[in-house]
Design a protein around this ligand. Structure first.
Ligand SMILES: Cc1cc2nc3c(=O)[nH]c(=O)nc-3n(C[C@H](O)[C@H](O)[C@H](O)COP(=O)(O)O)c2cc1C
Length: 226
């Protein structure tokens, strides 16, 4: 097969493009758009974001040890792009983008009210890598927009067209291709699941696993148990 070898670079795409909220005492809240973000642990729930030290947000997050990760929908994409090309040193991004800072439950850093999912994060470790520092953080709260939860308690995360970043462009999550474990599912079960989904009686949670155990705070389950 005819292939080319290119010099090493970042070609792990698509990745999520998220809006990260942060704030320091007596300063306006700020948002930095981050594409170098990922889930790094299931229990405790942890994620990472990589930030260049020259960013205005870098010192704020380093000093406070807190930030929020706000998932981006198509309606928020323009604001996400703006927050990724303008610095909080010069502008008030919340104000200019008509975004509403919300109080978080467990940290001081603000969330973005317009985002359907806000993850409140506490920094556990910072690792110097090179151009970027890796901030590893624990997710201490997940706040979801109640208006996105239907009468059956199902949170329609995959219907929101969440935004991904790939090779310099933004995309909205589209066609469903399968679900976790579908490659090994028995044909019979697949058919009955499809019928159930058609009848609008699919399980409460999107990975079809339901909620295990009793938790004080409702926890929308996410696919993938890696
Ligand atoms: C789609 C997109 C993704 C970005 N990803 C990152 C990233 O992962 N890490 C980073 O340090 N900067 C990233 N940036 C750049 C910062 O968001 C940008 O420099 C921003 O203006 C910094 O804001 P601040 O100075 O207010 O902190 C990204 C920008 C865009 C548009």
């Amino acid at each position: 097969m005819n292939r080319q070898n290119w010099k090493p670079g970042n070609m792990l795409y698509p990745v999520p493009a998220v809006m990260v909220g942060c704030s320091r005492l007596n300063e306006k809240p700020n948002i930095i758009t981050i594409a170098w973000a990922g889930t790094i642990c299931s229990s405790p729930p942890m994620l990472s974001i990589s930030i260049r030290p020259e960013r205005y947000s870098y010192d704020i997050i380093k000093d406070t040890g807190e930030f929020t990760v706000n998932l981006v929908t198509p309606e928020l994409t323009k604001a996400a792009d703006f927050c990724g090309v303008r610095s909080g040193r010069q502008v008030d991004k919340f104000e200019l983008m008509n975004l509403t800072p919300t109080h978080s439950q467990f940290i001081q850093a603000p969330g973005i009210a317009e985002s359907p999912v806000i993850l409140e994060c506490k920094v556990k470790q910072i690792i110097r890598l090179g151009s970027h520092d890796l901030f590893m953080a624990e997710v201490v709260n997940v706040s979801v927009k109640a208006s996105q939860i239907d009468e059956q308690g199902k949170f329609h995360l995959n219907q929101m067209g969440l935004v991904a970043y790939s090779h310099g462009q933004y995309f909205s999550l589209g066609k469903k291709l399968g679900k976790f474990g579908y490659s090994v599912q028995k044909k019979e079960k697949l058919r009955s699941n499809r019928n159930r989904e058609d009848a609008g009686r699919s399980s409460k949670h999107e990975d079809g696993q339901g909620q295990k155990g009793k938790t004080k705070r409702p926890k929308p389950k996410c696919p993938g148990r890696g």
